[in-house]
Design a protein around this ligand. Structure first.
Ligand SMILES: [Zn+2]
Length: 318
């Protein structure tokens, strides 16, 4: 029934109205959000070197891959005009390609002091590196971005991997494992014309107090982009309860040592675990009497988030 209602709300036009927000998953925790001519990106990680080179070589963005992704034949053409980069935390599979991309598109990079230090080490101009702590608000075109405190999932033998902070730019290139965490933060992105609200979480952890405070102020949100891997048993329930999202799109479930153009890239590493997360979200919504849709993203496919109306949930167009 819910699917039927959702389908009935899908617009038939192929071209979204300027106020709609276009969303594209780039793999791992990477997304672009586009409204009109303005694109912002979250954790775009496209180089995706193999496991052995990650282990034995310093991290160097793959200029062949990145050049193609911002070139005329890009499967994500909006990347070439991205003006704001949101970094959820400083691990290499989130931050690694951001300095190259931001330098190429003249975009600003928002993150922790550690994010700014590493990005500057990789050549980002100081005036493009914005240190923004939880509570900070940044504007970019029709978008307003708010930073809130979050946490990193304990994905490494029950621990948060590569914790630490950097205050000064390191001498790049550095090893992938020297991309220390900094902090883990979430972003609330509001499209001001429509009021559409999107919450981005780069890792499957949370700060219960910060999440509850955010939810009290802004729930329900239209779209929650939630990392899936390494979550605690009550992660899905806490997210749904606090944010009351109309739609959740899980991410960070793919094998990011697989090249982006591999036909198998974007598939879940652990199908059962992803299905379990989807079920946990839906169960939490049902327990709370909420209408929730969960959609699994396809790599590099753009969807349109429609402005909410009073008759039902927001919908994504394939
Ligand atoms: Zn991480």
């Amino acid at each position: 029934m819910r699917r039927f209602v959702l389908a009935a709300l899908l617009a038939l036009t192929a071209t979204p109205a300027a106020a709609d927000v276009s969303v594209r998953w780039l793999g791992v925790a990477g997304f672009t959000l586009t409204s009109g001519e303005t694109t912002i990106a979250h954790d775009p990680y496209l180089s995706r070197p193999g496991f052995l080179s990650t282990l034995f070589q310093p991290y160097v963005p793959d200029e062949t891959v990145l050049g193609r992704m911002v070139g005329a034949e890009s499967p994500a053409p909006e990347l070439a005009r991205t003006k704001l980069y949101l970094v959820g935390h400083s691990h290499y599979d989130h931050l690694g390609d951001v300095p190259w991309l931001a330098a190429h598109t003249q975009g600003r990079v928002v993150g922790s002091a550690t994010t700014a230090a590493i990005a500057r080490g990789y050549g980002l101009a100081p005036d493009q590196a914005i240190v923004a702590d939880p509570g900070a608000v940044i504007g970019e075109g029709p978008f307003e971005v708010r930073v809130f405190a979050s946490a990193h999932a304990k994905v490494f033998f029950g621990r948060v991997p590569f914790e630490g902070e950097l205050g000064e730019p390191p001498e790049a290139p550095i090893h992938a494992f020297s991309f220390v965490l900094g902090d883990a933060r979430g972003y609330l992105v509001t499209e001001r014309e429509t009021g559409l609200r999107v919450v981005l979480l780069s890792s499957a952890g949370l700060d219960p107090a910060a999440l509850a405070a955010l939810g009290e102020e802004v729930a329900p949100v239209d779209l929650l982009l939630a990392a899936a891997s390494g979550r605690e048993p009550d992660y899905a329930a806490q997210l749904v309860k606090a944010l009351r999202p109309r739609l959740v799109v899980p991410h960070h479930f793919d094998d990011f040592s697989m090249p982006i153009d591999d036909p198998a890239a974007g598939a879940p590493r652990d199908e059962d675990d992803l299905a379990a997360f989807e079920a946990e979200l839906l169960a939490a919504a049902e327990a709370g009497g909420l209408a929730l849709d969960v959609r699994r993203p396809k790599l590099l496919e753009a969807w349109t988030l429609r402005a909410p109306d009073t008759s039902g949930p927001s919908a994504l167009l394939p």
